[in-house]
Design a protein around this ligand. Structure first.
Ligand code: ADP
Ligand code: MG
Length: 334
């Protein structure tokens, strides 16, 4: 059974950046306004994430790493109205099957923090012979999750990974995206032992400030704000798009649908087509779009690793997004 769980876990958590994305979404679900990340060896040795969110109740600590344990889905009907990122209860369970997990957490009303270690979905004693029960300790409100030795028991997965520095770049990519989109929340990300952080965004910032911070002032100056409310297909679009070359290799495309970082090859292709009219051949734009669609119209049941998203009226919605973009570019280039 352990082997089957490990294989299943490998299908959800492909690499350190996937694990981090899931954990960042959990912090945001917990209402965190500060998220601090520490990484060693591209996340393979250590992936640590500290938030100031609502924390986990002591009584729930024994089950947070169990498969399908979620505090976010109370009724089946809720599936239609998912407002949080998580709802499957699979992420922490999967991570605990392929790494050593330690959680320290404190809820506002609790007099102290509690710490527990996990392995294969269950509480595990921190040292042989000790009790596996959560232990009281000092700590601030919020949750710290420490993931050590990711894929220590899945040699094939470890071998399939790129170098630590490449994995770290993928981690930074995830942090940048979430930092830009969640501008009210401060993010830091650093390598363990480093004096300075590689990402350090302020809380209560604006999206544009964070884009400037991540991609540089030059690109931020060229950005056009896009906004569109679509009554017919009931979606809302907000974003910043470049009116000049951003990259000569590929488009920077940051897409959030209902606040989830996702991919849509169809939308990407359509946007590239719009830009052929405005950018010289061989140059590519920066595009950050946040689309809010009625939850009922989005396919939330996509496989966790398949970030490709599909939604109802997809062709029409893509057409209207591109229409809004086209209009904005036309106005700016008159
Ligand atoms: P899901 O997010 O789908 O519910 P996860 O496996 O990601 O499943 O997390 C399991 C549960 O652990 C969550 O439902 C939540 O109750 C708890 N949890 C995980 N991370 C945090 C966190 N940072 N703060 C508070 N609770 C958390
Ligand atoms: Mg989750």
């Amino acid at each position: 059974e352990a082997v089957i769980n490990r294989i299943a876990a490998g299908e959800i958590i492909h690499r350190p950046a996937n694990a981090l994305k899931e954990m960042i979404e959990n912090c945001l679900d917990a209402g965190a306004t500060s998220i601090q990340i520490t990484v060693k060896d591209g996340g393979l040795k250590l992936l640590q994430i500290q938030d100031n969110g609502q924390g986990i109740h002591k009584d729930d600590m024994s089950m947070v790493c169990e498969r399908f344990a979620t505090s976010k889905l109370k009724h089946f009907e809720d599936l239609q109205q998912i407002a949080t990122y998580g709802f499957r209860g699979e992420a922490l369970a999967s991570i605990s099957h392929v790494a050593h997990v330690t959680i320290t957490t404190k809820q506002e009303s609790s007099p102290c923090a509690w710490r527990a270690c996990y392995s294969d979905g269950k509480l595990k004693p921190p040292k042989p012979g000790m009790s596996a029960d959560p232990k009281p300790c000092a700590g601030n409100k919020g949750t710290q999750i420490v993931v050590e030795d990711l894929f220590y028991n899945v040699t094939t997965r470890r071998k399939a990974l790129k170098s630590a520095s490449e994995e770290y770049n993928r981690i930074l990519d995830v942090v940048h995206k979430y930092a830009i989109h969640n501008s009210k929340t401060s993010f830091t990300c650093k390598k363990q032992g480093a004096n300075t952080a590689d990402v350090h965004t302020a809380s209560a910032a604006r999206t544009l400030d964070n884009i400037r911070y991540v991609y540089g002032a030059a690109i931020a100056k060229e950005l056009l704000e896009v906004q569109h409310d679509d009554d017919r297909y009931e979606f809302k679009l907000e974003g910043y798009v470049s009116n000049a070359n951003f990259n000569t290799k590929k488009m920077a495309f940051l897409l959030f649908i209902n606040h989830r970082s996702v991919d849509s090859a169809n939308l990407k292709r359509a946007i590239e087509a719009v830009y052929t009219e405005y950018l010289p051949r061989g140059t590519h734009p920066f595009v950050y779009l946040s689309v809010e669609i009625k939850p009922q119209n989005v396919d939330v049941n996509v496989h966790p690793t398949k970030r490709e998203v599909h939604f109802l009226y997809e062709d029409k919605i893509i057409e209207n997004i591109c229409g809004a973009l086209q209009q904005r570019l036309a106005d700016a280039n008159q």
